[in-house]
Design a protein around this ligand. Structure first.
Ligand code: TRP
Length: 326
């Protein structure tokens, strides 16, 4: 039986944090066994919010090293940079004829970004973000797109574009389905609902055990639990949510002991940072291997780009034929 095809991607903003792992990577890794997987480094998408491209190459490589060190297997998946496959740009242009600007202006993910980043004038490319994303997915005829909740509106736009193209020119594209990541987002160390590099509240996958310890030590906890002995409320404590993910076997005990006050925040945090360090110890070992063997990383990337390009060319041949652009 043919495996279904998955496409997903991330914007290369540098080293990844543990929220990326929990929210996306872990899922990608479990999918690589049973699906044909294409994972893209969205280096054009970064430009929508940052035109300074000084670090874009290094950031892409660092992100790829994080992917590989987490367990993405280059024998099973293809990894590639969007910018190295020119067909993304062409299909983006064609797709831009299949969606109105008012539809794009209604996109809630865009509105959220405009608010959070204090953008007062949206550039054309940013408005078109989901159109480029539709090209990313449909160039490879991606059927399933594993993403976080914030990306659902984008996948809906991809579906609309696929539908309109198909009804105008005949069927070329599947209507891609989003696949939501199971585990909710990890909160940031400052208590923000989202761990994010730009908010400076994250634990990087590549952090050393000492760095993890220092960061966790400074994290906010239940403000009503001031000293050991005070009863705490684990349900509102971000450290407890980290325990739930990285220290599953002890969560019940921690819950009880936080509530009763027997467990103080200092000890609880110590336990937590040890568990996080342990959880990512294989990761760190693999990461130092790839750091020291960057030639291998490059070969994996170039191979992915070569293979992705073949698929992209084939799709565009079909598109050209259907549109009489041959
Ligand atoms: N927009 C996605 C994000 O910010 C990244 C992305 C770019 C993507 N192209 C994609 C995700 C295609 C899925 C499919 O997370």
């Amino acid at each position: 039986m043919n495996k279904k095809r998955i496409l997903s991607g991330m914007r290369p903003t540098g080293k990844l944090h543990i929220g990326h792992y929990v929210g996306a990577l872990e899922n990608w890794i479990s999918l690589q066994e049973n699906y044909e997987c294409f994972f893209l480094i969205a280096d054009y998408h970064v430009l929508t919010t940052d035109l300074n491209t000084k670090d874009i190459y290094d950031n892409s490589i660092q992100m790829l090293i994080d992917w590989l060190s987490s367990g993405l297997d280059p024998k099973k998946v293809l990894v590639f940079r969007q910018s190295q496959i020119k067909q993304h740009a062409e299909l983006f242009l064609i797709f831009s004829m299949f969606i109105t600007s008012s539809r794009l202006e209604r996109n809630p993910t865009l509105k959220e970004q405009v608010r959070d980043l204090n953008i007062d004038n949206v550039i054309y490319g940013h408005l078109g973000y989901p159109v480029l994303q539709a090209a990313d997915i449909l160039l490879y005829k991606g059927e399933i797109v594993p993403v976080g909740e914030d990306q659902i509106p984008h996948i809906e736009i991809s579906r609309e574009i696929a539908r309109r193209f198909n009804s105008q020119y005949g069927i070329v594209f599947p209507e891609p389905e989003p696949m939501l990541t199971k585990f909710a987002r990890l909160p940031g160390l400052d208590g923000n609902a989202k761990m994010s590099k730009s908010l400076n509240n994250s634990i990087l996958l590549s952090d050393t055990p000492d760095e993890i310890k220092a960061k966790v030590k400074k994290a906010v906890t239940d403000p009503n639990k001031i000293r050991k002995g005070d009863p705490g409320n684990p349900d509102i404590c971000l450290i407890y949510s980290y325990h739930k993910k990285f220290n599953e076997s002890e969560t019940d005990e921690i819950y009880q002991n936080c509530k009763s006050g027997v467990l103080g925040c200092v000890d609880c945090k110590m336990k937590c940072s040890l568990k996080i360090s342990e959880y990512f110890s294989d990761f760190r070992e693999k990461r130092s291997f790839y750091e020291n063997n960057q030639q291998e990383v490059l070969e994996i990337l170039l191979h992915g780009e070569q293979e992705a390009r073949k698929v992209a060319e084939k799709t565009m041949d079909e598109v050209h034929k259907k549109m009489n652009l041959g």
